[in-house]
Design a protein around this ligand. Structure first.
Ligand SMILES: Cc1cc2nc3c(=O)[nH]c(=O)nc-3n(C[C@H](O)[C@H](O)[C@H](O)COP(=O)(O)OP(=O)(O)OC[C@H]3O[C@@H](n4cnc5c(N)ncnc54)[C@H](O)[C@@H]3O)c2cc1C
Length: 416
């Protein structure tokens, strides 16, 4: 495919944030180029959970039939067990949102966005194409130098460059925007196991002192399992041997022992995730805006990364459309256009991060006294009449999307 020399919007990164934004902008007739450094969509062990509000948003945007055609798993509940005792259970059908969270592989979700965009006029997607550096003039971002799949370079000029290139964003670094990166106390190792037929569709958090397993039923027939490990502790863990690691998992949740023995065979079956949060004080410059993990990396607790990315994209569409219609100097979208967007999305992210930090600190407790107090706290929470109100706020975190904007982002009816 030939590389356009100019475009209205250049999106760097075709993850959930960039792919959805590209599709929704193209639906509005905006000229958009999405560049993704990977050739294919395969991404193992990424966020696969869509909280109920995101599932609602995607259906309202017209992606319901494609989601159904691919298939997904509806998660029914989350249960917490600590030191062998159930301390909390939340049933997702008791929330006012009225739909269940869904689990769908990230490549499938991105593929749905890309397929919906592929035929739209003005939309171009380049895989195997990496952002290399910014083109800047007079303090404004005017485009990017890209490295193409064949190793050659190309310059693309744009009125707005969107950095949707994830937690280690090169766009962010190139723009001189600093991030306050705060490592969490522990990192994370994930793997998949086949899901026994009688397992059910409930998510579980199984905690034993300061070790835990997150066990998530995953489409089509897997369990996605994650466990915590000490910060930079993977080397030490490996020295103790794979057998010892596997035994330690079975000790946390003995129900998994036979599956672990049969299906978790080496470190190659696991995937490491360094856990940190990143707060980015500045999300935009003239000609540039950051979204998704590039502007706010959170932890995997409660699976909010993809939701935040989706909501960023949906909220940004009307902002970009309005800004392109009323451009600043030389047609470049000014940083000020994103002030309201940034303030509202930052508030949402801060809320999620605050809860994730509280949860992480509770999970890190190890002494008998502190773990007993922790069980008591979760049991008390479980018995509170306000339990569903509290969890609704956390799991179905505020959804700042105006339905009017959503309708505007939907595809035009065939007769239009
Ligand atoms: C191992 C792992 C496990 C995770 N587990 C969970 C989970 O269980 N639940 C959850 O909600 N979230 C999870 N997350 C986080 C979740 O995947 C992210 O929050 C979400 O994908 C963010 O979407 P995004 O589009 O902002 O960024 P990303 O999904 O990171 O997408 C960024 C895209 O940009 C591309 N890119 C990067 N650099 C360049 C470049 N120079 N040029 C062109 N393209 C580039 C990348 O290839 C990638 O496709 C996990 C993340 C990881 C890494």
């Amino acid at each position: 495919m030939t590389v356009p020399v100019t475009t209205d919007v250049l999106i760097v990164g075709g993850g959930p944030a960039g792919a959805l934004l590209g599709c929704l902008l193209a639906r509005r007739g905006i000229e958009v180029l999405v560049v993704e450094k990977q050739q294919g969509l395969e991404r193992d062990f990424r966020g696969e959970t869509l909280a109920a509000p995101s599932a609602v948003t995607l259906r309202r945007l017209g992606f319901g039939p494609a989601l159904t055609e691919h298939g997904y798993l509806e998660t029914t509940s989350v249960t917490m067990r600590m030191e062998g005792r159930q301390v909390l259970r939340v049933d997702y059908d008791k929330f006012p949102v009225g739909v269940l969270p869904i689990d769908i592989p990230q490549p499938a979700l991105i593929g749905i966005f890309n397929d919906a965009a592929a035929e739209l006029p003005g939309y171009t997607y380049l895989s195997g194409t990496a952002f290399n550096s910014l083109i800047e003039e007079g303090g404004q971002v005017r485009g990017a130098v890209l490295k193409l799949a064949d190793g050659s370079r190309a310059e693309v000029r744009c009125r707005l460059l969107v950095g949707a290139d994830g937690r280690f964003s090169k766009v962010r670094k190139s723009a001189g925007i600093s991030a306050d990166v705060q490592p969490m106390q522990r990192d994370f190792l994930s793997f998949k196991l086949p899901r026994p037929a009688d397992w059910g569709n409930g998510a579980e958090l199984v905690v034993s002192r300061d070790k835990h397993l997150v066990v998530l039923p995953t489409f089509p027939d897997f369990l996605r399992v994650g466990t915590n490990l000490p910060k930079r502790g993977l080397g030490d863990l490996r020295k103790e041997g794979f057998g010892a690691f596997r035994d330690s998992l079975a000790a946390i949740d003995p129900r998994l022992a036979p599956l672990l023995k049969e299906h978790l065979l080496s470190w190659d079956d696991t995937s490491f995730l360094e856990i940190f949060t990143a707060e980015v004080a500045q999300w935009s410059r003239d000609g540039l805006v950051l979204i998704g993990d590039a502007s706010h990396t959170c932890t995997p607790i409660l699976g909010q990364g993809v939701n935040l990315a989706i909501q960023d994209a949906v909220c940004l569409v009307p902002v970009i459309a309005a800004a392109l219609a009323a451009p600043g100097q030389d047609g470049v979208v000014p940083a000020a256009a994103f002030a309201e967007f940034t303030a509202s999305r930052r508030k949402h992210k801060a809320f999620v991060t605050r809860f994730q930090r509280l949860q992480e600190s509770a999970l890190a407790q190890r002494t008998p006294l502190r773990t007993a107090l922790r069980r008591l706290r979760y049991r008390t929470l479980n018995s509170l009449p306000a339990k569903y109100r509290i969890f609704d706020k956390v799991i179905n975190a505020p959804h700042p999307i105006d339905p009017v904007d959503l309708r505007a982002a939907e595809p035009a009816p065939a007769s239009a």
